[in-house]
Design a binder for this molecule. Structure first.
Ligand code: GLA
Ligand code: GLA
Length: 708
């Protein structure tokens, strides 16, 4: 990472597409970049046709001049490999590289990402271009970072052409070994789908009825791997030709198509493109979730916000700009969640092409615009925050995320089509966010031991090894909270025999008799006993002064909750206790939320989708695990996170997402906040921090002996 760390402080800049402008404009660009404090620009993302005008000629002169120019102005370069948009001459020479849909439609040239991930012609040309760029610029002093391709899976995530079919068959051979292994895995005894050889297999093209679900699941896995193979081919060239320069590709937040756990193993630096919708009042909650994932992908290492819009985008049906202050706040939010820089799409607004209405750091109106003032101000803010670079968050709760399970969960012909991963995850995350609890994400294979609380909103697909790991975690004192429709299938998408939740049955202390999805628009009532678990395995003081339980064993003042989408007929086993029961519908009186004490820990089960009512259940688990808010007692709408530096100092971010002024008391004894300095203003707020609507502060707490 040496090259990038040579850029001091936080990274600031954006995509710069100078090939859209005459060279005289470049001089103004670099002057304004210096004025705004820009220190990193992404160059060349869509420059293939310009760099290689035809199969045998190259034109690097303009890029030589450009890199020299930015270097003279002290700006570093994130140099793209330019492979996301193959030029017309290549496409016409190899029409077979255009991608084909499941219906057999070949997608035309004229946009971008018009390539088949498995096309040998595309791959050879992309690798050749990458090598030419790497050989030419590996020693250029402006080069700080390589940017492979652009947003893999943005427009094209799969291709059904003959080359893809051949690649899929090859992938299946590697995975399954023999054809009878594949037949067993795919359950081809069903509907007479048996294959005699791999040659008989095709991608899951449009078929008369439901397609084999394991074929579809393997297809999802294959498609993520096929794009990753392309990425790895470019990465291998860069590692070979240009060692020591870090490499990234821009991710797209929580994207279903690509298993980012697997992808991030091949990144030197995780970078993300994020476009929260300014028209969505909850956009910052989803943004926080995505940023937490980006931070988690490499175990908490700082990541980079590669792209965000300075104001409006141009690809929604209605593109609302960011009201004054919002862009600054949302940029600070990325930093608050572990980013070491914020970049944009794009530097100078385009005058032609599909994105000419997309906002830019330098808008069409030029330096007289409000947007330019925002660009200047954010540059100033980032300079003031330079000291936070490299510092990290510390979470005490983690959420399990498994792409395999996500893909399997969303296959067709399930008890309910409403069980979608993001819809299940979001209310859990929102409840934690609202309570000020910082969370990491973990892959299913991770060792969760460092986290007192582990949350699994859904684990539809679960192998026994993961279940064993979760059991050991709980026995050792961990608290696991598991959501509905979990432990259902193995990695072949075959039902675990012997009753749901299969390998989680003993751990959770429940068995599911039948899934009971709730029709759209209906709600099922639940009563939650908030006096907490009856057995005090935790050593935490439980409130025994609450009201006496009624005949159902539930406290009389139980909290009423509502379930939507999903409920289950469950029965408790062993020592499991019932924390909530259904109070309406066909399951009235039956257990709904349970807790199973096991070893030194406990495993909790939510048999229903509680949506916006998930919070009260999580409160009980948080209390038992001893996990709390980053800063207790925060006013509504204020987000708080803390970054810890290697020298023991801390940076407390306080962000007011709400429309009204908020006052945050800083005089709580023992917090050290009374003497903290706000890096954004350079002043000490004293005993109360006043946050204007969309206001922010970054309080520096110097290292003390206890903290260091
Ligand atoms: C029809 C078909 C069966 C089965 C059932 C499922 O009756 O003939 O093969 O698919 O639907 O409801
Ligand atoms: C993505 C792409 C950019 C641009 C922006 C517009 O992030 O990577 O090339 O299209 O979207 O929002």
């Amino acid at each position: 990472m040496d090259r990038l760390t040579r850029v001091p402080g936080l990274l600031y800049g954006g995509d710069w597409n100078p090939e859209q402008w005459p060279e005289q404009v470049w001089a103004e660009d670099v002057k304004l970049m210096a004025e705004a404090g820009v220190n990193l620009v992404t160059v060349g993302v869509f420059s293939w046709a310009r760099l290689q005008p035809d199969a045998e000629s190259w034109d690097f002169g303009w890029l030589d001049r450009l890199l020299d120019l930015v270097h003279r102005h002290g700006v570093a370069v994130d140099l793209a490999t330019a492979t996301a948009s193959p030029p017309a001459w290549l496409v016409r020479a190899h029409p077979e590289l255009l991608p084909v849909t499941a219906d057999g439609v070949r997608l035309e040239f004229g946009s971008r990402q018009h390539y088949c991930p498995s096309s040998p012609a595309y791959r050879q040309a992309a690798v050749r271009l990458t090598r030419a760029l790497a050989e030419r610029y590996r020693h250029h002093p402006a080069l700080a970072l390589w940017h492979i391709h652009n947003e893999y899976g943005d427009h094209v995530q799969e291709c059904f052409c003959p080359a893809s079919a051949a690649d899929f068959r090859h992938w299946l051979r590697e995975r399954h070994g023999g054809i009878e292994e594949l037949n067993r895995s795919w359950g081809t005894a069903f509907w007479s789908q048996h294959y005699n050889s791999f040659e008989q297999i095709e991608p899951p093209r449009t078929a008369p009825g439901p397609v084999n679900p394991t074929q579809l699941l393997d297809w999802r896995r294959f498609c993520s791997d096929a794009l990753l193979a392309l990425h790895r081919a470019e990465k291998a060239v860069l590692d070979e030709v240009s060692p020591g320069v870090p490499v990234t590709t821009n991710f797209m937040s929580m994207l279903k198509a690509l298993d980012y756990w697997e992808w991030s193993r091949h990144e030197d630096l995780v970078s993300d493109d994020a476009y929260p919708d300014p028209a969505d009042p909850r956009a910052h909650v989803n943004a926080a979730m995505n940023y937490d994932l980006m931070r988690s992908l490499k175990g908490g290492r700082p990541w980079l916000l590669m792209e965000q819009a300075p104001s409006a985008v141009s690809w929604r049906p209605v593109n609302v700009p960011k009201r004054p202050g919002l862009h600054r706040l949302w940029s600070l939010q990325a930093l608050a969640r572990g980013a070491d820089g914020v970049l944009h799409f794009q530097w100078r607004a385009s005058v032609a092409g599909a994105e000419k209405f997309h906002s830019a750091m330098l808008p069409h109106r030029g330096t007289a615009s409000r947007g330019w003032q925002d660009t200047l101000r954010l540059g100033t803010d980032l300079r003031r925050l330079g000291a936070i670079a490299g510092s990290r968050l510390r979470a005490r709760a983690a959420v399990l995320l498994d792409w395999d399970s996500w893909w399997a969960l969303e296959l067709d012909d399930h008890p309910s089509a409403r069980m979608r991963w993001l819809d299940l995850l979001r209310p859990w995350y929102a409840a934690l966010y609202q309570r000020g609890v910082t969370v990491d994400f973990l892959p299913p294979g991770a060792e969760p031991d460092g986290y007192p609380l582990l949350l699994a909103p859904n684990l539809y697909l679960l192998d026994t090894a993961t279940a064993d790991r979760l059991t050991a975690y709980v026995r050792n004192g961990g608290r696991l909270v598991c959501g509905p429709f979990s432990g259902i299938v193995d990695r072949h998408d075959h039902i675990h025999p012997g009753g749901h939740p299969g390998p989680l049955r003993e751990l959770l202390g429940i068995v599911v008799d039948e899934h009971w999805p709730i029709p759209d628009g209906e709600t099922t009532g639940l009563a939650l006993d908030t006096t907490g678990p009856a057995s005090d395995a935790t050593g935490l003081a439980l409130d025994t002064t609450g009201p006496a339980p009624d005949a159902t064993g539930l406290a009389l003042d139980a909290v009423a909750l509502g379930a939507e989408r999903w409920s289950e007929w469950i029965e408790t086993e062993g020592a499991a206790e019932t924390l909530a029961r259904y109070t309406s519908g066909p399951l009235a009186g039956r257990p709904a939320v349970t807790r199973n004490p096991l070893g030194a820990g406990s495993a909790w089960y939510l048999s229903a989708h509680l949506g916006a009512d998930t919070g009260p259940v999580l409160d009980l688990a948080l209390a038992e695990a001893g996990v709390g808010a980053e800063l207790p007692g925060l006013p509504e709408g204020v987000e708080a996170t803390r970054r810890h530096a290697a020298d023991g100092s801390q940076y407390l971010f306080l962000l007011n997402h709400g429309p009204v002024e908020r006052r945050v008391p800083l005089d709580t004894p023992g917090t050290g906040l009374l003497t903290a300095t706000d890096l954004l203003t350079g002043t000490a707020p004293g005993d109360t921090l006043i946050l204007a609507p969309l206001g922010a502060a970054v309080l520096r707490l110097p290292a003390t002996e206890e903290r260091a």
